[in-house]
Design a protein around this ligand. Structure first.
Ligand SMILES: CC(C)(COP(=O)(O)OP(=O)(O)OC[C@H]1O[C@@H](n2cnc3c(N)ncnc32)[C@H](O)[C@@H]1OP(=O)(O)O)[C@@H](O)C(=O)NCCC(=O)NCCS
Length: 191
């Protein structure tokens, strides 16, 4: 996707390649620290970063067929990214009954602080929601105290359908599970 970004800059949203792995890892680590510095213990934060935001880990996720990594750039500057993963999801994503089944999870969704509120996030989300979901719902987990992210996802039509625990290092945190509008529509048409 391409279009006008903030201040008339040129916004481009594209799938990441192996060449993006190092810069994405550094960008993602910095954004993760910025987002959770006041809500997580430094050791838990660094443990998560060391596991997930290395060039090697990002190279693997970018290459994996069950992952999709999107980067958002304004005039070539990395300003945001999103990562989706097709895999098992909690039962509430599937209507609450029966066993957990597969679904498309928006695992990470981040916009650099100085670009927040400037129209990047809605376009990045639109690209996420156009990802082929193989007939499964699209969902995400969000830290229950992350009110700005919850407001943004709600504005995009997501609704809370349950809760889960996210392990930040050794610290279990409460997350809301939110379902994408397309999944909510099909759920509504079934009832
Ligand atoms: C979550 C995120 C991607 C949303 O992008 P954004 O550019 O900030 O989104 P928007 O500005 O379009 O929408 C945010 C909404 O929250 C509102 N908001 C702003 N600050 C808020 C706050 N402290 N509490 C509640 N709502 C808030 C805004 O007013 C806006 O709603 P509006 O457009 O109706 O006014 C971005 O804030 C971000 O990257 N945050 C840090 C990383 C993060 O938390 N990622 C999500 C992990 S699950």
């Amino acid at each position: 996707m391409t279009g006008d970004g903030a201040d008339g800059g040129h916004l481009r949203i594209r799938d990441a390649t192996a060449l993006d792995a190092s810069s994405l890892a550094a960008f993602a680590a910095a954004l993760f620290r910025d987002t959770y510095a006041t809500s997580a213990a430094p050791a838990d934060l660094e443990s998560y970063i060391a596991q997930h935001f290395t060039a090697a880990a990002q190279t693997a996720e970018i290459a994996a067929t069950d992952w999709r990594t999107l980067v958002a750039e304004v005039d070539g500057e990395l300003v945001g990214y999103a990562q989706l993963w097709h895999g098992p999801a909690p039962a509430c994503v599937h209507g609450g009954a029966g066993h957990p089944g597969p679904a498309l999870e928006i695992k990470r969704f981040y916009v650099a602080r100085r670009w927040q509120g400037r129209g990047i996030a809605p376009q990045l989300m639109a690209t996420c929601l156009h990802t082929p979901a193989r007939g499964t719902p699209i969902w995400l987990g969000v830290f229950a105290h992350n009110s700005r992210a919850i407001a943004f996802y709600s504005k995009c039509g997501f609704r809370v359908v349950g809760e889960t625990t996210f392990l930040m290092g050794q610290d279990p945190q409460r997350d809301y599970i939110m379902l994408a509008p397309s999944a909510l529509e099909s759920r509504g048409s079934e009832s």
